[in-house]
Design a protein around this ligand. Structure first.
Ligand code: ADP
Ligand code: MG
Length: 285
């Protein structure tokens, strides 16, 4: 496999992983970017005795948007939350199987879940800026919690995150206003900026635009397309047009099982599975 195919983000998720390099051949250049961001194998999740995810295996490709679709209650959020160990915070939740991030076992006993959550940013359906903080403080809170104190560095990282979240121009003159004075769409982009400020390798989004009007939604979608140049993004959406517009790959979950995972174009035009076809054509929801 050549370096160019290794970094090709349009490589189908079903492609076999590259064989391990022969140990006796010295590397001639810096290692290519990993071909897989999350490698999920045989993931099962229970809440008490209720099994919510059933034997999910899939490989999330890097620097691409992967959409998780499926009817309400099928386990989309549960899947997403297992990618940054959020179930650790839920009494009665049990996760079984393996998930690696860039080859590292996220659930290994020595791995600190708070470090995982620092590397895997999360944006929720309902924007949740810290209500007692200003716009600026909301963006830098993660850095400050991580011990960054220098004002110049905090300001620099704040501006960069707000620019990346396509919010800087709208808030640069009101950085010290309360975060709740922003519009709903701006608050959601502020939450994206907050997630980006700690420089995660990956961004998870759980229906980030479902509470927004069409204009604010379009801005978020535009932003996602921009961010995927630098990040791996996994997004839950029940809006199939949105999945079709912004994602390169789509996973269809139904009743806790992965029915089909493929390039988005294939899922929406020529799916392999009848259930997928019935769902994407609106025969059930
Ligand atoms: P989706 O995001 O696809 O709508 P979820 O992953 O939120 O679905 O939920 C899947 C199932 O898991 C639902 O039956 C839901 O009630 C259950 N569930 C989700 N979170 C919890 C929790 N914290 N405790 C108990 N059950 C939960
Ligand atoms: Mg959900």
């Amino acid at each position: 496999m050549t370096a160019s195919t290794m970094t090709n983000s349009t490589q189908p998720p079903s492609a076999k992983p590259a064989p391990p390099a022969a140990p006796d051949i010295p590397a001639r250049r810096a290692p290519a970017e990993p071909a897989v961001t999350f490698d999920v194998r045989h993931l099962n999740v229970w809440f008490s005795s209720n099994q919510v995810l059933d034997d999910i295996s899939l490989q999330v490709p890097p620097k691409a948007v992967t959409a998780i679709i499926g009817p309400s209650g099928c386990g989309k959020s549960t899947f997403l939350r297992s990618l940054n160990r959020m179930h650790d915070l839920v009494p009665g939740a049990r996760v079984q199987g393996s998930i690696t991030l860039f080859g590292e076992d996220l659930y290994a006993s020595h791995v600190d879940p708070t470090v995982v959550r620092r590397r895997v940013g999360m944006v929720f359906q309902k924007s949740n800026p810290f209500p007692t903080m200003s716009v600026a403080e909301n963006v830098t809170v993660g850095l400050r919690l991580n011990g960054v104190r220098q004002k110049a560095l905090l300001n620099e990282r704040m501006e960069r995150a707000l620019r990346m979240a396509a919010l800087w121009d709208e808030v640069k003159d009101r950085l010290h206003a309360n975060a709740l004075s922003l519009s709903g769409g701006q608050q959601q982009r502020l939450c994206i900026a907050r997630a980006l400020a700690i420089e995660p390798g990956v961004l998870l989004m759980d229906e980030p635009a479902s509470a927004l009007d069409p204009l604010a939604t379009a801005k978020i979608e535009e932003l996602i397309l921009e961010l995927k140049k630098q990040f791996t993004i996994v997004i839950v959406t029940h809006n199939m047009q949105q999945a079709a517009r912004i994602s390169g790959f789509t996973a269809f979950l139904y009743l806790g099982r992965l029915v089909e995972f493929d390039e988005t174009a294939k899922i929406f035009t020529n799916p392999s599975n009848q259930q997928t076809e019935d769902y994407v054509t609106g025969r059930f929801g």
